[in-house]
Design a binder for this molecule. Structure first.
Ligand code: ZN
Length: 114
């Protein structure tokens, strides 16, 4: 009997970015003054996020989260996401985006110059 080909359900693997995007939108919704959300990805898979306003000041508290997990990992609980473990950081801008100069100013202020 020929083996039935295994149903290859198109597994919709939730990409890390989709959870991240949902978080970003949630933060923007809760922060009316925000022009964007600073996203800091850590090497352990946890993320740190905070809304920023047009002056580059925090517009929300810093939120740490981990995809598909109840809480952040033990290491983050320990070091609160030490900057040495940052693998990527960027700002996700709210539409419409601020002008280039404003974005550059905010980026420098929030993420620092590397
Ligand atoms: Zn972590």
């Amino acid at each position: 009997m020929p083996q039935k080909q295994r149903d290859r359900k198109s597994r919709t693997v939730p990409s890390p970015e989709s959870g991240e995007q949902a978080m970003i939108e949630g933060i923007l919704e809760g922060s009316p003054d925000a022009v964007g959300v600073a996203v800091i990805r850590l090497d352990c898979g946890c993320r740190k996020m905070a809304a920023v306003d047009v002056s580059g000041d925090p517009a929300s508290k810093i939120i740490m989260y981990r995809d598909n997990a109840q809480s952040i990992c033990d290491q983050c609980k320990d070091d609160h996401g030490d900057f040495r473990r940052v693998v990527k950081q960027f700002i996700s801008w709210k539409k419409p985006e601020p002008d280039q100069a404003t974005m550059a100013m905010i980026t420098a202020k929030v993420l620092g110059s590397e």
